[in-house]
Unconditional design. Sequence first.
Length: 179
Amino acid sequence: MRRLSAHERALWARVAASVKPMPGRKALAVPVVQPAAPAAAPVLLPQPAIKASPARPVPAKVSAPKPAKPHPLGAPLDGTWDRQISRGRLSPDRVIDLHGFTVADAYGVLASAILGGDGARVLLVVTGKGRPDRPSRIRAELMHWLERPDLRANVASLRAAHPRHGGGGAFYIILRRGK
């Protein structure tokens, strides 16, 4: 257990002094702590003069064309996809359950499923929700993995799964055609 700083002790003393004891109880004696005097301002010593160097011409910056940025993973699909997802009618071609895997092993399983080329277009990836005190690390890493260049080129979109497929603990990964 760490000790309180002088500032924290002074603050606690102020709070404790403002509390009224319950009926029939005596107030506890709280030592009065005086806040420490502020430290003296540092003395600034004069700095030696710096000679100015002759101005050099600065070359003009040539802006390179920015590479085309791929669509984000939430890129719009046609309305049919979103309707099927919202109504729970989308049937995944392959289900990948990452429960029980380490983070490194889960990435390997996911990457092999996306790069596998087995003709699957919709993957259902079950990551789990985690708990409030311990969120799912695999779920937290999923977006980072899908943004990696080796996987990004194959992924068309990422959507939250319908409750019948796992809801908040699962995602649909829609792969690009011909990949």
